[in-house]
Design a protein around this ligand. Structure first.
Ligand code: SF4
Length: 673
């Protein structure tokens, strides 16, 4: 009998079950805990394309006289060990930075963060920094947990969905199709806040085409309408919140029409949306990177959180604040400690008791000083950061101000890239280690609604490639003298022992289903709805907060437009995987710039023209798509392609709290090429 081979899609945070079908020589869906009918979107269905792709890395590469050449594992690891030893001896452990991977397993990320900490540094981060770190910061501050407050199942009970800065119809297609659409068909209303019309907007009852960077005026105005029109849940506010009087006084001074105008939306549409949300018995928020990727991203989400607290929409089915997470394990990479300020289970590195508890299991105490975040670290390459280990991420494409990122990577003394393809970042590597993809490894991932799901190995990695866990175990031993469990199950057991969120789970118990965190010791199941009786802060109340608008970092001159970036159905993040799928490239082979007809006419741009997009940071060229779907004054494109590398244009102004860059608002000039 064949071994079980149920695995998980390597793309978005929905966590659909996929496995290899040898007869069809492709990935197929199995009835997973999320895609309960085995349904997949085009990316999941094309996931086999990357497994047997001819460009897969199959042997280690080391740089000799400026060129990457094939090497044995022994040669590659000897070089890594020698260089890490030298750099740590000369410059200390904080001269090394680790990129963990939001699309690798919990066990792999756990091992890498433990290795960093054994080496003596908290310089470890993953691309959650670039997508929802501001959401996590704001929700952590108010609720004590930064993850989805509710489960996908109970969210089907909502009367109203408020979707802000997200496009689940394209970016989380199986959630949209299998959870939201059935609810919408049964009468749930949808408010969509997004600068452009996209497939999610088509299902909306109200669309608020907010000006990028002006979410705070919009959300404050919605809160003002809710207070003004008596839609506050007074009992909830009295029992479960603090700070209402200050917020009410602030909102009373606001002119709703003026705030709507500032946000670039029709005041009557805004009032209708506020009433729809405020009058609902159960209203649920889904929030995405349109909210989080601003230099005021934390403040954006802080403003958003006032809405459910004013209206009692927290702690019950069909409500809450629900960040839609990007990659298949971006939730888990943070859960297991792949962040510079927290240990597994979001225990602060500054917490003496937490460090002591972890040390009991690890046999050494992790460092107490928070490390650098991702973009901060890149800015310091060649300065106090001299070496990097890049695991399953492609920062040369995904970080903002890409020309600067490229220059920074050139400054590193030593760089290891551990990945499945020769990515754009691998061009800067001194050693490249071949990685394993979804079908070649076992372990767990944690999806967007906190479900831990198991992946199972279907096939062996190609050529000399090894499983990522195997490679990371040798890396841990070579550079940090760290012995680690041999199997994913062994690592998962150790993770449970140090993480209060996962402690009650079991690898066997997950089986082909899932277990959801928090899962306390001795519990029979995890917790679907958070904050029912008290918040995860330990308090019964959460604060309401006054939040003031902050202008975007890039001033916009008269001849400029605002570039905002995002994702589309057929591709994923840096495109390192999806650009290698023949099917997906046939569906969408190249990028376009969406531009409003009036903005196009002002510049003599016609549909299909090649246009140059430029600012002081860089220049790219792309074909124009003239469409009223994008609001006037704003242009939209994706960041999936290495050419055009749109992140040459995006700015690296950081949110002061979460250190997330402002991807969603860049001033650009657009001209016929
Ligand atoms: Fe994969 Fe997400 Fe598509 Fe599901 S919805 S198949 S997890 S990309």
């Amino acid at each position: 009998m064949a071994e079980p081979n149920e695995s998980v899609c390597p793309y978005c945070g929905v966590g659909c079950g996929i496995k290899y079908d040898a007869d069809r020589e492709s990935a197929v869906g199995w009835k997973g805990p999320v895609n309960q009918k085995g349904e997949l979107c085009p990316k999941g269905a094309a996931a086999w394309d990357v497994v047997d792709h001819e460009e897969r890395l199959t042997r280690p590469l080391v740089r000799v006289n400026g060129t990457l050449v094939e090497a044995t594992w022994e040669e590659a690891f000897d070089r890594i060990e020698r260089e890490f030893d030298r750099i740590v001896a000369d410059h200390g452990p904080d001269s090394v930075f680790f990129f963990t991977s939001s699309n690798c397993t919990n066990e792999e990320n756990y091992l890498l963060q433990k290795t960093a900490r054994k080496l003596g540094t908290n310089n470890i981060d993953n691309c959650a920094r670039l997508c929802h770190s501001s959401t996590v910061a704001a929700m952590g501050d108010r609720f004590g947990a930064g993850a989805m407050t509710n489960s996908l199942e109970d969210l089907m009970e909502a009367d109203v969905y408020l979707v802000t800065g997200a496009n689940p119809a394209e970016q989380h297609p199986v959630i949209f199709r299998s959870y939201l659409l059935p609810a919408l068909k049964s009468g749930t209303k949808l408010i969509h806040v997004d600068p452009r019309e996209n497939p999610t907007t088509k299902a909306a009852d109200v669309h608020l085409p907010v000006k990028p960077g002006f979410d705070i005026p919009l959300l404050n105005a919605m809160a003002a309408v809710i207070v003004e029109e008596g839609l506050v849940d007074e009992e909830f506010v009295a029992e479960r919140t603090t700070g209402f009087d200050e917020l009410r006084a602030y909102l009373a001074e606001l002119d709703v029409d003026e705030e709507a105008d500032r946000a670039g939306v029709d005041p009557e549409d805004l009032r209708e949306a506020a009433r729809m949300y405020g009058e609902a018995g159960r209203a649920a928020i889904f929030t995405g990177m349109g909210m989080s990727q601003h230099h005021c991203g934390t403040d954006n989400v802080q403003t958003l959180i006032n809405l459910p607290l004013l209206t009692g929409n927290v702690g019950k089915a069909g409500t809450g604040v629900n960040p839609l997470r990007g990659q298949n394990n971006v939730q888990g990479a943070g859960d297991v400690g792949g962040l510079p300020n927290v240990l597994p289970g979001y225990q602060q590195v500054t917490d003496d008791d937490a460090r002591a508890a972890v040390a009991e299991v690890w046999g050494f105490e992790p460092p107490a000083t928070p490390g650098l975040t991702e973009v901060e670290a890149t800015h310091r390459f060649g300065d106090d950061v001299r070496a990097a280990y890049v695991f399953g991420e492609n920062p040369a494409v995904t970080e903002p101000n890409a020309n600067h990122v490229e220059a920074q990577f050139e400054k590193l003394d030593f760089c290891v890239v551990h990945d499945v393809f020769p990515t754009e970042t691998a061009e800067f590597a001194d050693v490249v280690l071949p990685g394993s993809v979804w079908a070649e490894k076992s372990g767990t991932v944690t999806n967007t609604d906190r479900q831990v799901i198991r992946m199972r190995q279907n096939v062996e990695p190609p050529g000399d490639a090894r499983t990522d866990l195997d490679v990371l175990r040798e890396f841990a031993q070579r550079v940090a003298g760290l012995d680690t469990p041999e199997t994913p199950e062994g690592v998962f057991d150790e993770l449970r022992a140090v993480s209060p969120l996962y402690v009650g789970m079991s690898y066997d118990g997950i089986g082909t289903g899932s277990q959801r965190w928090p899962f306390p010791e001795g519990a029979t199941e995890g917790t679907a709805i958070l904050h029912t009786e008290q918040f995860e802060t330990g308090s019964k109340t959460a604060p309401l907060r006054v939040v003031e608008h902050v202008d975007p970092a890039d001033p916009v001159e008269d001849d400029e437009l605002v570039l905002t970036t995002g994702r589309v159905l057929q591709h994923f993040n840096s495109g390192a995987l999806t650009r290698r799928s023949g099917v997906l490239m046939r569906m969408r082979g190249e990028d376009v710039l969406q531009i409003h007809p009036d903005d196009a006419a002002d510049r003599d741009i016609e549909d299909g023209d090649r246009v140059r997009i430029e600012n002081d940071r860089g220049t790219v060229t792309v074909a124009a798509e003239v469409t009223p779907a994008v609001r006037r004054g704003t242009v939209f494109t994706t960041f999936h392609y290495a050419d055009p590398l749109v992140n040459k244009l995006t700015g690296d102004a950081l949110d002061p709290t979460a250190k997330i860059p402002e991807y969603k608002h860049s001033a650009v000039r657009v001209l016929v090429d």
